[in-house]
Write a protein that binds this ligand. Structure first.
Ligand code: GTP
Ligand code: MG
Length: 244
């Protein structure tokens, strides 16, 4: 059952060449608000204080420094759900969370124990659905509600995390830079030969690579590009050899 689902997910992922970023985290963490802040829309995705405000995952196209990404909002996690709901919840998450990068959003306006309990719960679920090997970036949200001493504690305890406020905009530029860095780190140089009857692949590659070199040959178009790690395997069958 799980295997079959994985197959379906893979097929969906392969439907687009764009790198995928998923927002995951505890309910009420501020995921939908952050998605709106990143995409510059104020009343796009539903935001609310009630539990599970986000029932259906939503995907948006965002452009960061000339590269397009797919950004998916997911259902927020909460502990102590009835068992059946947990299963339904996981099924929804599974489809969306196998991204190239997970932004794990956690409300950092409470104390450290609370933060750890929430991040642990989310890590457990990500592990259960097989998403624990996806790169993760911890995003500490609601910075506008955090006092100076707690900020220092956060910086010490979570040195790799990014502190943001969707309300004041604090940290949003840093977050965008970190997302770009994550992808830049995984970019792979590839050399592909795209046969002329696979012409639609070229448009996809332009989309995924942002920029590429091309040369018409007798057998097809020779393409040299830098592709995000999550995207490169989708073009393996056209590879002339990876030049890492
Ligand atoms: N002060 C403050 N409040 C925020 C911030 N981001 C989100 N909120 C508030 O936190 C609440 C929850 O935000 P959502 O974006 O709906 O949270 P979510 O993670 O999408 O929640 P689910 O969809 O239930 O998983 C809302 O009342 C938001 O207005 C922030 O940066 N600062
Ligand atoms: Mg939401």
């Amino acid at each position: 059952m799980l295997e079959r689902n994985r197959g379906v997910m893979r097929a969906r992922r392969e439907g687009s060449s764009l790198p995928r970023v998923a927002l995951a985290g505890y309910t009420n963490a501020g995921k939908s608000t952050l998605l709106n802040a990143l995409t510059g829309t104020e009343d796009g995705v539903g935001v609310g204080d009630r539990l599970f405000h986000t029932l259906d995952p939503t995907t948006r196209n965002i452009e960061l420094s000339g590269r397009d990404y797919l950004l998916t909002d997911t259902v927020g996690f909460i502990e102590k759900l009835p068992h059946q709901l947990v299963e339904a919840f996981k099924a929804t998450l599974e489809e969306t969370v196998l991204a190239d990068l997970i932004l794990h959003v956690v409300d950092a306006s409470g104390d450290e124990d609370e933060l750890l309990a929430m991040t642990r719960a989310v890590h457990d679920v990500l592990r259960e659905i097989g998403a624990d090997e996806v790169s993760q970036l911890l995003v500490l949200s609601k910075a506008d509600r955090i006092a100076e001493d707690r900020r220092r504690e956060l910086a010490l305890k979570h040195p790799n995390a990014v502190l943001v406020s969707a309300v004041t905009g604090e940290g949003i530029d840093t977050l965008i830079a970190r997302i770009e860095e994550e992808f830049a780190r995984t970019l792979q140089d590839v050399e592909l030969l795209i046969p002329y009857d696979e012409g639609t692949r070229l448009a996809e590659l332009y989309e995924a690579a942002g920029d590429l070199e091309r040369e018409e040959t007798a057998d097809g178009v020779l393409v040299r590009a830098r592709l995000p790690a999550g995207v490169a395997p989708r073009y393996e069958r056209f590879a002339l050899g990876a030049r890492t």
